[in-house]
Design a protein around this ligand. Structure first.
Ligand code: F6R
Length: 242
């Protein structure tokens, strides 16, 4: 993997925003893979700034998000659909019909997951996938133990992920226990992958992903097998690299 270390989280976020804007300008009808969470919010704010400054357009872009909680509709403030609308989609000219987030309210989540894979394939595949990383090395909601051949599917969240995400809910009890997530195999089919990690809480997961042999213990370690993956880090997230 290629590694870019920036001075701080703001600089890392701007670096990723610049890479995404450049990719869209090079291919205005590209397929973007997007992530939610605390990490990419500054990147999305930078992209909105660039859109407002006339530096980029999204009218022909298609997007696919990595994951969604099961049981939350898109109007629930903690749903990933709601996050994407409020952080990015509502502020740019992307066609709402071309923004895909798994439907947490699907009547048959297993069937919906299969359909989501088919929609990715029908779009021609993801050109550029943005990822974050969990403290336990998860990517999307592929928790430790997930194999590199996994596809979009229903998964159970680990207690540690539920606990980490409880900060966005009134209490840990309210965090959904299951989600729909792209699989590691799905993610590895993206033509290019950008992983953004900031803060010292991610340093161990980043080190193990980049410097330990790929294994199911650290889902992000499978990214080593991808030919075009770039980790964009701040100094804190890079602090354990040797
Ligand atoms: C988000 C996602 C997750 C996050 C990860 C890091 O769509 O799939 O894997 O990227 O949990 O989350 P933050 O950025 O909140 O630390």
């Amino acid at each position: 993997a290629k590694v870019i270390v920036c001075a701080d989280a703001a600089a890392a976020s701007r670096t990723v925003a610049n890479m995404i804007v450049a990719a869209v300008n090079a291919n205005p009808s590209m397929v973007l893979g997007l992530a939610t969470g605390g990490t990419p919010t500054a990147t999305y704010a930078n992209i909105v700034d660039d859109y407002r400054a006339g530096k980029v357009q999204f009218k022909d872009v298609t997007s696919f998000n990595l994951d969604e909680y099961i049981g939350l509709s898109g109007t629930h403030p903690q749903s990933f659909r709601y996050f994407m609308q409020s952080e990015l989609f509502d502020h740019i000219d992307i066609d709402p019909n071309n923004t895909f987030v798994p439907d947490g309210d699907a009547r048959d989540p297993d069937a919906h997951a299969i359909q989501y894979e088919a929609q990715i394939a029908a779009s021609g595949g993801i050109d550029l996938q943005l990822l974050g990383i969990g403290h336990n090395g998860h990517i999307a909601f592929n928790e430790p133990g997930a194999s590199p051949s996994t596809r979009t599917r229903v998964v159970e969240l680990t207690p540690s992920t539920i606990e980490k995400n409880a900060r966005f809910f009134a209490s840990a009890d309210e965090v959904p226990k299951t989600a729909i997530t792209m699989g590691i195999g799905t993610i590895l089919e993206a033509k290019k992958i950008l992983l953004l990690a900031t803060g010292d809480g991610k340093a161990e997961a980043v080190r193990r992903s980049l410097q330990e042999a790929a294994s199911e213990a650290i889902p992000a370690s499978w990214l080593e097998q991808h030919p075009d993956v770039t980790f964009v880090l701040d100094e804190a997230a890079a602090s354990e690299l040797v």
